[in-house]
Write a protein that binds this ligand. Structure first.
Ligand code: CA
Length: 487
């Protein structure tokens, strides 16, 4: 493990530094006096595994951070985290929906393997018991989840993962509390997170998941759609929100019928089919994101006040991407960039200054990589059989030669308005096939020549060889993921 290697290296360096200068070197002659044997070099203190503070947002796509270049959204706290950590600009989910992606986050497994999504049976006990909260807890971390979870667990398994579980649901966004206050769920997540941190005994190692429901749309109130916390009242009021990219109706018209009539299109009419509605809903969505930013800031301030900031790795990421009117669509679920690409920042205060503020543009960081990364940082071995890999090499600015150049992505939940698909994505090629039509409808995009995925090359004779190869690679990854289910 990387941490183990670092420990060994640290010991070797400390031993080298502890060797005293040779006695008599350059000395003034005469018989060298016997020098006393140098005292044994003190063993360096073992590198202390860190605590973890993991913020997961809901339906926040990759570019909705000011540090990612968004023209409107202001996220100064998360920007500052990126400035002292690593921001993965190529970060993706392997399944763009809350439930399946969150199961992937905690297990390091693809949906195909863990088989959990909305409407499915609970996550299998063996996956629950090898999830990162369970493994960290078994190794001495005190674990908590506050906010959204969305992963069904078998009876009795929750306590295997979490010492403290405080589920805060999305609806309604404003919670009436026993003390008479009405608090937005984002602010409540922060408040409860701070209280839990304050409750820890001094020195207690911990892993705290704070999973916001924001900026997810509120389906029961499509007029407000994105209820924001009071901390962002008035924000962006006078800002003209730029129209979505790819809003040309021709882009929508070119989609196959099953996408043109999907839930992605239904939700477009909630937010984006009218200029005034679009301005109102985007302003609200962006306020929700800035509200998260402020809440993260309060938790980080508490971490600092409690003296835990210097040994706590902080993660900020989302569970899936999101269309905000691009292609005539809204929501997530389907295979285009907006749906599968997420923001992801890891800030490890123990890493040297030279590694801080990096934007990692090469490594594709996946939701399934979170669990192996945390276990690696904790000095624990990876869980065998997981598709995810540790991102610690990337955090160290190194190349991980063992990392595959492509990954399986899919959305398998049977739903009358969300077409199921499976595919494989590499740095250059996106292959996806939609399964609810016969024969399956295939997409092949060349990101090099067509980063907006506007041209479907699947039917082009000149790309037949690529299509055949990508199709076979997709089949192989699926077979591996099925085999990984084991007994
Ligand atoms: Ca989500």
């Amino acid at each position: 493990m990387t941490l183990s290697r670092r420990r060994l290296l640290g010991a070797a360096q400390a031993a080298a530094l502890a060797v005293p200068p040779l006695a008599g070197c350059g000395g003034g002659g005469g018989a060298p006096s016997p020098s006393p044997a140098p005292p044994p070099a003190p063993a360096p203190p073992p590198a202390s595994p860190p605590n973890f503070l993991i913020f997961v947002t809901d339906d926040q796509r990759f570019d909705t951070l000011s540090c990612a270049g968004h023209p409107v959204v202001r996220t100064p706290v998360i920007d500052a985290l990126a400035a002292r950590g690593t921001r993965f600009s190529q970060a993706y989910v392997t399944t763009p929906i809350c439930a399946a992606s969150r199961a992937s986050l905690i297990t390091g497994l693809n949906e195909r393997t863990h088989q959990f999504t909305f409407g499915s049976p609970p996550l299998a006990t063996r996956w629950a018991q090898t999830s990162y909260p369970a493994r960290l807890r078994a190794a001495g971390w005190r674990t908590a989840l506050i906010g959204k979870f969305d992963v069904g667990l078998p009876e009795g398994q929750r306590a295997v993962l979490f010492d403290h579980f405080d589920e805060i649901l999305q609806n309604p966004a404003f919670k009436d509390l026993p003390d008479g206050r009405r608090v937005h769920e984002t602010d409540l997540c922060a408040e409860r997170a701070i209280a839990w941190l304050e409750s820890l005994p001094p020195g207690q190692r911990f892993s705290l998941d704070v999973h916001f429901n924001a900026p997810h749309a509120e389906y029961t109130d499509v007029q407000t759609l994105y209820p924001w916390p009071p901390s962002t009242n008035g924000l962006y009021e006078d800002v003209a929100i730029p129209l979505p990219r790819l809003a040309d109706p021709a882009v929508y018209e070119a989609l196959p019928a099953f996408l043109k009539t999907s839930l992605n299109r239904d939700q477009f009419f909630w937010c984006c089919d009218d200029p005034a509605k679009y301005q109102r809903t985007m302003r609200s969505h962006f306020r929700m994101i800035s509200g998260i930013d402020a809440a993260v800031g309060r938790v980080l301030a508490a971490l600092e006040r409690l003296g835990r900031a210097q040994d706590t790795v902080v993660v900020v990421m989302s569970d899936n991407g999101y269309y905000l009117g691009e292609r005539g669509l809204a929501g997530k679920w389907s295979h285009f960039e907006e749906s599968v690409r997420i923001p992801w920042i890891v800030a490890d205060p123990r890493r040297p200054a030279a590694l801080r503020g990096r934007v990692e543009t090469t490594t594709a960081a996946l939701n399934v990589d979170l669990a192996p990364t945390l276990l690696d940082l904790a000095g624990l071995p990876p869980t065998p059989g997981t598709q995810g890999r540790s991102l610690v090499p990337a955090l160290d600015g190194r190349t991980d030669a063992g990392r595959a150049e492509d990954f399986l992505c899919e959305h398998l939940w049977p739903h009358p308005s969300i077409p199921r698909w499976e595919g494989v994505r590499s740095r250059r090629w996106v292959y996806a096939r939609y399964l609810d039509v016969a024969p399956a409808f295939e997409f092949l995009h060349d990101l090099q020549s067509d980063p907006d995925q506007l041209v479907n090359l699947a039917g082009r004779p000149e790309h037949a060889a690529v299509l055949t190869e990508r199709r076979a690679r997709c089949d192989a990854l699926i077979a591996e993921a099925v085999a990984a289910r084991g007994a």
